[in-house]
Design a protein around this ligand. Structure first.
Ligand code: CU
Length: 501
């Protein structure tokens, strides 16, 4: 390796002039925004550049070293603290301080060496999902290799002849549910046609985290934290594209659920799976793509419709944060309501009464943990006591300007519009206190990519939701300028302080 620029050129096939190259090398856990020039240097034609770097918003890129012609990467499996939304820090497991782990980008034909160090308290093993490589480096613990013990290391080395949206993950099943996955993008030797101007990857994950507990319950089947690249809405970072860009989105799913990902305002074609590019004759139009567990799906479209368009999983429960049993009549029963049984009572087996009894909540027996033991008395429920209103109004960053005196009143913050006798309507409330002005936290998630969004937007973004912002040139340039400014600031913005493990 002669110098950093040579390194990048050889690593990514980039032509000269990428100012971010030193930064990329300098800090292995840099956030994606730090090295976006690779994709944002739009003045060179994409063809001349060879590769349009894949952006993974909110997830860093993993730099490599070239050692004797081999691209060498270093992954450290370790516990991480991942801030899902401002103030909600989860104890996940990931790689290099991030869950999901950093994104690896290589080119078809590369020979790669990946050094995996295990800093977990238990054995692990790394699997290269879908790679056609020798079985000795497949990472199946017990059969193709010994598990990597705590404090141990395994060096994986192989040549790559495939291209597409691949990923790496721990091959210990429950570790997968703690966050242990990362994107592994194999760029083709010869550019795909038609070329894209922008290329994004988004990893879909889900966690069951009880209120006031930062550790996921990996046994649970009811997931209440749904993430895109380790963030839940509104903390997800919007995808910024210029009007009429051709865009590729790569979705990767590792969890217990399948996710129908829906894009507003555009029609895409599905161009790739976890096995690589699909023939053009198979590309069918759609606006929702089902990304099954262990699958990846690439979609492409021309962003020809200006606006801030939602991208989201369409499962209703996956568009929520911190789901727990406070929907419907349970919200107003004093002392909570038995909603099922926990592990200590026999894993959901009913011991008394009958399942449809009015004394049993609707989630009886469905799972273990969230919503399945007893409806919790929640300190921030909307229909509670005076104390309730006080605790909400005091939450930092909450925008409750419409209710200046709420601390002294026994009423919900920034009351949503509901009819006077709403409680008499069976089923109420559904979204009344879960979405809306009360949930807005625009300021807490302020970042360049959110510049110019409609005020209060964040009150309606939860779970697996983000934006595709199709911006006209002036606005696009403005957002990019803000991003540039932020990058040069010595202090990161508040919501960007995590990922450091
Ligand atoms: Cu989903």
């Amino acid at each position: 390796m002669k110098n950093r620029r040579d390194f990048l050129r050889s690593a990514f096939g980039l032509s000269a002039g990428f100012a971010a190259a030193p930064r990329l090398l300098a800090a292995p856990t840099q956030r994606n925004g730090e090295n976006m020039e690779m994709a944002h240097t739009r003045h060179a034609s994409p063809q001349s550049r060879g590769v349009v770097s894949v952006e993974t918003p909110d997830v860093p890129q993993l730099p490599c070293r070239i050692v004797d012609g081999v691209k060498e990467f270093h992954l450290i499996a370790e516990p991480v603290k991942q801030e899902l939304i401002p103030g909600k820090v989860a104890n996940l497991w990931g790689y290099n301080g991030s869950a999901p782990g950093p994104t690896i980008q290589v080119i078809e034909g590369d020979r790669v060496r990946i050094i995996v160090d295990n800093h977990l308290p238990e054995p692990t093993s790394m699997h290269w999902h879908g790679f056609e490589i020798p079985v000795e480096v497949d990472g199946a613990p017990g059969s193709s290799q010994d598990p990597i013990p705590p404090g141990g290391r395994f060096v994986y080395e192989f040549a790559l002849h495939q291209s597409g949206t691949f990923f790496y993950h721990s091959h210990m099943a429950m570790q997968e549910m703690m966050g242990m996955i990362g994107a592994f993008i194999m760029h083709p030797k010869t550019n795909y046609s038609p070329h894209v101007d922008r290329d994004f990857a988004i990893i879909l994950q889900e966690f069951a985290i009880l209120p006031n507990n930062p550790i996921p319950n990996s046994m649970n089947m009811e997931f209440n934290w749904l993430t895109l690249n380790g963030k839940s809405g509104p903390a997800t970072t919007p995808l910024i594209v210029r009007l009429n860009d051709r865009v590729r989105l790569r979705f990767i799913n590792l969890g217990m659920d399948h996710h129908p990902i829906h894009l507003h305002g555009h029609t895409f074609v599905v161009t790739g799976s976890e096995a690589g590019r699909q023939p053009q004759s198979t590309w069918g139009p759609g606006n929702t793509v089902l990304v099954g567990v262990a699958q990846s799906r690439d979609v492409e479209f021309v962003a020809n419709n200006p606006g801030d368009w939602m991208i989201h999983c369409h499962l209703p429960h996956h568009m929520m944060n911190q789901m727990s049993s406070v929907v419907g009549p349970m919200t107003r029963r004093g002392g909570g309501m038995p909603a099922g049984l926990g592990m200590e009572e026999g894993m959901g087996i009913l011991r008394e009464g009958h399942a449809t009894s009015e004394d049993k909540g609707p989630s009886l027996g469905r799972g273990m943990g969230v919503g399945s033991t007893r409806d919790e008395t929640t300190g921030n429920g909307p229909q509670g006591t005076q104390q309730t209103g006080r605790s909400i109004s005091n939450m930092p960053g909450m925008e409750h300007g419409a209710m200046p005196d709420m601390q002294d009143k026994a009423m919900p913050m920034t009351a949503p519009e509901v009819i006077k006798n709403a409680r008499s309507v069976p089923g109420f409330p559904q979204d009344a206190f879960m979405e809306g002005p009360a949930m807005a936290m625009d300021k807490m998630v302020e970042k360049p990519e959110n510049y110019g969004l409609r005020p209060g937007w964040s009150g309606f973004m939860q779970g697996m939701m983000t934006f595709l912002r199709v911006l006209r040139p002036e606005m696009y340039d403005k957002v990019m300028a803000l991003r540039e400014q932020q990058k040069n600031k010595p202090e990161p913005m508040p919501e960007m302080e995590h990922h450091q493990g």
